[in-house]
Ligand binder design. Structure first.
Ligand code: NI
Length: 307
């Protein structure tokens, strides 16, 4: 069944038409009302992955977003790195956000975006499908409206999910031009639920674009070829990945002190018995986070090595 778009307009059929889902993380923020004004003016639906603490502090923009046809997703109660928590604590973070959204807007989000793109095997036990992205604007890094538009247009393809943050004024500034350029390229703007309309989404599976859910057998992803003892990439450098990237699994050199640079959007799973150190820079000098065995990390730019 087709879900209605804003103001009751029919959503496009994303199986046949070029669709793209704009997503905004980490809000609501003081910028969110202005963004909602822009989206309303352009009749452009979007999806907000909100943080529970921010929702509790400012419920009105979330209520308004729902009333105006936008979708709300779960981004945890406190923007927690779920891979650093016990499964119980991770579940509590997720439920706290869901409760905050329910209290603010009367709807319970059913899609999870793990903060930092970090999750673990335990999170794959559910309870929600995880929505990641295949088009990273890197807006939080450069904070440049024109570059946000440029990055989005360089990587977007039919069925894409675009990552942005409605906590950044520069990102809000980029949205009118981005909408104009996307529509000029023949794209329909949809919410994430509209993007996946008619396709099954499975709890614990992760989705970066519509293709992920359209492929038969996708519930068995993301590791069709388990390679115990390896560090596995699902994205092949260079960025952006080819359309069939999910079939690719790359086992990398796991000798200690071999530094691997990462592209901006990729998925890495630590199947070794050793920690994997991730770094902010491609030379592995500035530490970022340590992945324990079984941890997964999505979408970071820098480098990593196996300890
Ligand atoms: Ni975030």
């Amino acid at each position: 069944m087709r879900r209605p778009g804003p103001a009751g307009s029919a959503a496009p059929d994303c199986a046949r038409e070029r669709c793209v889902a704009l997503t905004f993380d980490d809000g609501p923020s003081p910028q969110t009302p202005q963004l909602l004004d822009i989206l309303a003016r352009h009749r452009a639906p979007a999806t907000f992955f909100v943080v529970g603490d921010a929702v509790a502090a400012a419920p009105a923009p979330v209520r308004r977003a729902v009333a105006e046809g936008h979708a709300i997703g779960n981004h945890t109660g406190s923007h927690a790195r779920l891979s650093a928590l016990t499964p119980e604590a991770a579940r509590a973070e997720i439920e706290r956000d869901a409760d905050a959204v329910l209290g603010a807007a009367g709807v319970r989000p059913t899609l999870l975006r793990p903060p930092f793109g970090a999750f673990t095997t335990a999170l794959r036990a559910g309870p929600y499908p995880m929505v990641l992205w295949d088009t990273d604007t890197l807006d939080w890094q450069h904070r440049d409206a024109r570059r946000t538009v440029r990055e989005a247009m360089a990587h977007v393809r039919p069925g894409s999910i675009v990552l942005m943050h409605d906590t950044l004024a520069e990102t809000v500034d980029a949205v009118p031009e981005l909408i104009r350029r996307l529509r000029a390229a023949g794209y329909h703007l949809v919410t994430v639920p509209q993007l996946f309309d008619g396709l099954p989404l499975f709890a614990g599976a992760d989705y970066r674009n519509r293709d992920n859910a359209a492929r038969p057998g996708h519930a068995a992803l993301p590791h069709p070829v388990p390679r115990p003892g390896a560090v596995t990439w699902r994205y092949r450098p260079p960025y952006p990945p080819p359309a069939d990237h999910d079939r690719e699994a790359f086992t990398l050199d796991t000798r200690p002190d071999v530094c691997h640079a990462t592209p901006p959007s990729f998925a890495l799973r630590n199947e070794t018995a050793r920690p994997v150190e991730m770094f902010r820079d491609p030379q592995c000098r500035v530490p970022a986070v340590v992945l324990r065995p079984g941890d997964e990390q999505y979408g970071a730019t820098g480098g990593f090595r196996v300890r």
